[in-house]
Ligand binder design. Structure first.
Ligand SMILES: [Zn+2]
Length: 556
């Protein structure tokens, strides 16, 4: 549902906030230093103020739980003065658009989008105070906030009975789904072709010769050999990666500029080259030392490295690509709501382990996830999710992530992956000999212990991995389903009609991410790592052990 409040002002200061999003010590801070208190609140997205010009040529637009339309965004006199507040009751966009009086229609939202007369008072009480004195306005309106917030939440959430999309989104979602299917197939075979071409063009043999000519120490050879090989593979695959971003941009899911996209690619390359070079060095050391058991020794050595990378990922690697902040700092009320369900589940997930991630500069997609290991374990909620969902819906998302956490999906998933790697490495050992016997001569590869055999090994592992992918994905879908069930159980009784809140969550997720309403079962089998959205909604609407007098499975 879309609410728009439009107001013209002349020589006034507008301030704009959700009373519930202000700090508990707001009064004290205001007494000390109101200006810096406001600036701080504004930085945290809890409060927004701005003075209007004296010429009257301004219109202010406020969008509550609706995206700011592009035609308004374009006319905004200063992008910095657009503000987005993620408040307990949803999202508020504020925008000062300067009005061009010669063509007034250009910066106005459509009539259809305006809020009805009846709805204005509650919304105005919630979000909007127009005043020449910000501090008075801010102090004035705090007591009735929770009640108003609840009303607004109920008003904005539409009852979901099944996953449906409006006609234009439906077409987009169907098209995108077909493109994804084709893209996944093309991507797999293209990847194999790249590796095969590298062998065929004897590039791998060439890099091996460089390495062996330059150094006699094996580690230094690895440093000369591995980086150009990895770079060659990834540059040859770059067109496909770019095509993917191009499609996501075309469908409005990616909003990342090409410069930023390429910089991310570069950072990814640097990380991949560092980790891979170490692994390649260990692999060939194992092959030379133990020609018949190297696959096992390499597996043993790769596990702690894999764990270390998984541990460091949220601490070092993720922050290279996105901004992370403690969720408590970005959205204290949401953190409090999440803590309520954590307590209810008898889990121990302190607020320090809940993070906000700034995804909006790169994508419109919604997400939340759990990651890390030991001291780096955490729940991450994207800002896009916070912006698009109301509290019961985000709490449902939090419940889902908590399910992964409480049901120990991370250690189980790591163990599952390790078991598969064990089998893959063994199969690689068993098959690489015959592959090299047959084509090694054409590729200039002298044997398994030759650095140049690496692309052939990677090619074999890619095939094994692709063959096992449906098994991985079935396993992942099972865990995701369990986490959905956990979310329904843990929010039951805390959220009025938790099943409906869950269904609304997936409806919003599906709409924004353009999830296919009728996914091809073959696509689901091959590469869906989450259950399809229509199934998740159906499950939310039908899972109800309570009415049958049965105990819930996970949250007693
Ligand atoms: Zn999940």
């Amino acid at each position: 549902m879309r609410h728009i409040i439009e107001t013209g002002t002349d020589g006034a200061t507008l301030c704009f906030f959700d009373p519930a999003a202000l700090l508990a010590d707001f009064d004290e801070r205001m007494a000390d230093d109101p200006v810096s208190a406001f600036e701080e609140l504004q930085k945290e997205g809890r409060f927004w103020w701005d003075s209007t010009g004296g010429d009257g040529a301004y219109l202010f637009h406020f969008y509550v739980d609706a995206d700011m339309p592009e035609e308004i965004r374009r006319h905004s006199h200063d992008p910095l003065e657009m503000a987005r507040l993620a408040v307990p009751s949803g999202t508020i966009w504020a925008c000062g658009a300067s009005q061009d009086f010669s063509s007034p229609a250009t910066s106005r939202p459509s009539r259809r989008g305006r809020v009805g007369r009846r709805e204005i008072p509650a919304l105005a009480a919630l979000v909007l105070t127009l005043s020449v004195c910000p501090s008075l306005a801010a102090k004035g309106a705090s007591s009735s906030a929770p009640f108003v917030a609840q009303q607004a939440q109920q008003a904005q959430a539409q009852k979901v009975t099944k996953y449906t999309l409006p006609p234009d989104s439906y077409k987009k979602a169907r098209d995108l789904s077909r493109i994804r299917f084709a893209g996944t197939m093309i991507g797999f075979f293209y990847g194999l072709a790249v590796l095969w071409l590298i062998l065929r063009w004897k590039l791998s043999a060439k890099y091996r010769t460089w390495a062996e000519t330059a150094f006699s120490r094996r580690f230094l050879q690895a440093i000369v050999f591995a980086p150009p090989l990895i770079l060659t593979i990834d540059i040859l695959e770059l067109p496909l990666a770019a095509a993917q971003n191009w499609i996501l941009r075309t469908y409005g899911i990616s909003v990342q500029g090409w410069g930023s996209w390429f910089w991310d690619w570069t950072k990814g390359e640097i990380i991949s080259i560092i980790i891979s070079t170490i692994l390649v060095w260990i692999l060939y050391a194992a092959i030379r030392k133990a020609p018949r058991r190297w696959w096992f020794y390499f597996w043993v050595a790769a596990l702690p490295i894999g764990l270390l990378v998984f541990f460091l990922n949220p601490l070092i690697i993720d922050p290279l690509f996105h901004k992370f902040e403690p969720l408590a700092k970005k959205d204290a009320p949401l953190t409090a709501s999440l803590e309520a369900i954590v307590q209810r589940a008898g889990e121990n997930i302190p607020p320090e382990r809940m993070f906000w991630m700034g995804a909006a500069e790169k994508t419109t997609a919604l997400n939340a996830y759990v990651t890390g290991f030991g001291a780096s374990k955490r729940i991450v909620v994207w800002d896009t999710t916070i912006a698009k969902m109301n509290t019961p819906q985000i709490v449902f998302v939090g419940g889902h992530e908590m399910g992964h956490y409480a049901l120990r999906h991370i250690p189980k998933g790591l163990a599952f992956g390790a078991a598969f790697l064990f089998v893959f490495f063994y199969l690689g050992f068993r098959s690489i000999g015959s592959v090299l016997a047959r084509w090694g001569g054409n590729w200039g590869v002298h044997g398994v212990d030759d650095w140049a055999s690496l692309p052939a090994l990677v090619l074999l592992l890619s095939v094994f991995f692709a063959l096992a992918l449906p098994v991985f994905n079935a396993y992942s879908r099972h865990y995701e389903h369990q986490a959905d069930q956990y979310a329904l159980e843990v929010t039951h009784g805390l959220t009025p009609d938790s099943g409906q809140a869950g269904a609304q969550t997936f409806q919003i997720l599906g709409e924004v991410n353009l999830s296919d309403p009728e996914p091809n079962p073959v696509a689901v089998f091959l590469y869906y790592d989450h259950p399809a959205i229509p199934d998740r909604i159906q499950f939310c609407l039908t899972y109800d052990p309570w009415s049958k007098g049965q105990p819930p499975e996970f949250v007693k």
